[in-house]
Design a protein around this ligand. Structure first.
Ligand code: MN
Length: 264
């Protein structure tokens, strides 16, 4: 890769599908030339680990490179979670403080309650905790077995990364982006949305292992409980890229006063 000018922003790229996932390769290629890129991502898939961190065993960072159209960018495969990757990257691995963290492109939606379980979002959250602008990008591809097409998501990731670099996000706010699984020409634009209310209706497959011991495998059905407007799910279903600002402050501010009136 040709050396970018010294003032070129450093963009740190991570994910939860693992450093060998097609989505992070597509994202890195899509951001080629936008700044100085560095990839620090889990060595193994870490989907649905949420904001887990590794504190009872060491983590290792294996140096490698990732190919982009203009050449290669430095990359590290980390034996930890997405949150570990960001913490390690910004304290040990990056040459300077990143201007932006982009996590993804996740295979599968991170709309609604999925935000809570998502490792993709957590990498971006960790950036926001450290005061670095951050964005999570997910492709709303429901069927995991089919080959995913990350082209549209990559193009929108680049557009939105440019806009964040230009505008800057408010402190404590990260952007959660969900891209419809459609060709770029069919996507209708970007909608600024709120997180839909939803839950998973859990179901467990109960089976028996070869030693005749029972085991359970979590499955479940996603249930959208939100009929309101401007949700992330509604936007994606309508063919829009959903961009939801998320905040670190989970306090239910509207309920502080009512709770203070209880007889404690
Ligand atoms: Mn994932």
């Amino acid at each position: 890769m040709a050396a970018p000018p010294a003032e070129s922003p450093l963009i740190l790229i991570s994910n939860d599908d693992g450093i060998d996932a097609p989505g992070i390769r597509a994202l890195t290629a899509a951001l080629d030339g936008l700044g100085e890129l560095m990839v620090v991502a889990p060595a193994q898939e870490q989907s649905a680990v949420g904001h887990a961190i590794t504190v009872r065993m060491p983590v290792r960072a294996h140096e490698r490179t990732m190919e982009v159209p203009s050449g290669t960018v430095p990359a590290y495969a980390v034996t930890g979670t997405p949150a570990d990757c960001i913490k390690l990257a910004i304290t040990q691995l990056t040459p300077r403080r990143p201007a932006l963290i982009v996590s993804g492109i996740n295979r599968g939606p991170n709309t609604a309650v999925n935000v809570i379980y998502s490792g993709t979002v957590s990498a971006a959250t960790e950036g926001a905790i450290s005061g670095i602008d951050a964005m999570a990008v997910s492709l709303c591809k429901w069927k995991a077995e089919a080959a995913a097409d990350y082209e549209a998501a990559g193009r929108y990731a680049r557009r939105m990364a440019e806009e964040i670099l230009a505008q800057g996000l408010p402190p404590g706010v990260l952007l959660n982006v969900n891209v419809p699984d459609q060709p770029y020409r069919d996507i209708r634009g970007i909608a600024i949305t709120r997180q839909a209310r939803s839950r998973w209706e859990e179901s467990f497959e109960a089976r028996t292992d070869p030693l005749q011991r029972p085991y359970y495998w979590m499955a479940g059905t996603f249930v959208n409980l939100d009929e309101g407007d401007n949700t992330d799910i509604e936007a994606v279903e309508g063919g829009y890229v959903s961009a939801t600002p998320l905040q670190l402050d989970l306090t239910a501010h509207d309920h502080l006063q009512a709770l203070r009136k209880w007889t404690w």
